[in-house]
Write a protein that binds this ligand. Structure first.
Ligand code: AVJ
Length: 329
């Protein structure tokens, strides 16, 4: 799926480029759209435009997630930095704009490197260059990859006391619990006995708050969701009519997740390369799950991956949580 090459970009940072190529995207799109229940993997939402739209979502009034997590970071970053300890190498899964990471990096004692991993290449390169300029002492090694499949991490530098995987934003919520467990177990093997996982997890809360957050009045989330069809039109040879799909997001209480779908307006046929996909009126493409946890549920999930919480931080409303997980003794 990937060409593993190291290319010099803007002077100080070197990109490890394992971004899935168009062939990999095509395979995932066709697999998802020809299945009995149509789905697209949420990672496909993050092309260049999608990554920018997600940043806009974070600015909406309704989307409490980013704002709440940032407030927890602001309140507790010193304690977090102390837990992570001196000479810690930080590996971030789904780094995006790295806003919260800045706060952490500012408070860490002599960090031994920062490895942002993200699938959205343009945003990754730009963020890594800016961070590298703002933290001149810090070695920044961006890796463009799909962290749900095999990818290469740079070796731990000799002066690193430990590696910690940072996974903020409730990115873990995009995974069905068995996949989340696998990801956590893999993270535990990457960081080993001395390392850890600092992870943001969105919490269960009243339905109206959740549904508002994924149906903002400005329509940014709708644009973000619909962009995946536009991206498929642009990157593959496809003819989705964006006016004939509608954004739908709702809380599925049984499965404790917010679901995002694209609903067909009327019956229609869409062509992707040589494949024709038929939609019934009202049929949907399921584009995202965003699981919400009770703190003890997440604790149990981490436990089943061999990790235990050394510390958990929340906000006063208990909307969001940040867990520092270490290998279970
Ligand atoms: C970045 C995956 C955490 O699930 O809340 C925001 C993505 N989707 N609005 C989330 C998202 C719709 C977001 N994550």
């Amino acid at each position: 799926m990937s060409q593993n090459e190291i290319s010099a970009i803007d002077d100080p940072v070197e990109l490890v480029d394992e971004q899935p190529d168009v062939g990999a995207v095509r395979r995932e799109v066709l697999k998802g759209l020809t299945a009995a229940t149509k789905t697209l993997p949420p990672k496909l939402l993050y092309d260049e435009r999608g990554a920018r739209l997600f940043e806009d979502i974070c600015e909406t009034d309704a989307y409490y997630v980013t704002r709440t997590e940032l407030a927890i970071m602001e309140a507790d970053v010193s304690t977090m930095a102390r837990e992570l300890g001196p000479h810690c190498r930080l590996i971030e899964y789904g780094s995006g704009a790295s806003v919260k990471t800045r706060l952490l990096l500012e408070h860490l004692d002599s960090p031994a490197g920062y490895v942002p991993v993200d699938i959205a290449k343009e945003q990754l390169v730009e963020t890594a260059s800016t961070l590298s300029a703002d933290f001149p002492e810090l070695s920044v090694t961006p890796v463009c990859a799909d962290f749900t499949s095999e990818f290469t991490l740079p070796d731990e530098p000799d002066d690193a006391a430990r590696s910690v995987i940072y996974c903020p934003g409730s990115t873990i919520g995009n995974f069905h619990p068995p996949d989340a467990r696998r990801l956590l177990r893999h993270a535990a093997t990457v960081t080993g006995e001395d390392g850890g996982v600092l992870i943001g997890v969105d919490l269960l809360k009243p339905r109206d708050v959740l549904e508002r957050a994924y149906n903002d009045e400005e329509g940014v989330t709708a644009a973000f969701n619909l962009n995946v069809l536009d991206r498929i039109n642009r990157e593959l040879d496809a003819d989705f009519d964006l006016d004939r799909f509608r954004h739908r997001a709702f809380f599925n209480e049984t499965d404790r997740r917010v679901e995002m779908h694209l609903e067909s307006v009327g019956p229609q046929r869409v062509r992707i390369d040589d494949t024709v996909v038929a939609f019934e009126d009202g049929e949907t493409i399921h584009t995202e799950c965003s699981y919400k946890y009770a703190p003890e549920q997440f604790r149990a999930l981490a436990g089943s991956a061999g990790l235990e919480a050394r510390q958990v931080w929340t906000d006063p409303r208990d909307y969001f949580s940040i867990h520092f997980l270490v290998a279970r003794s």
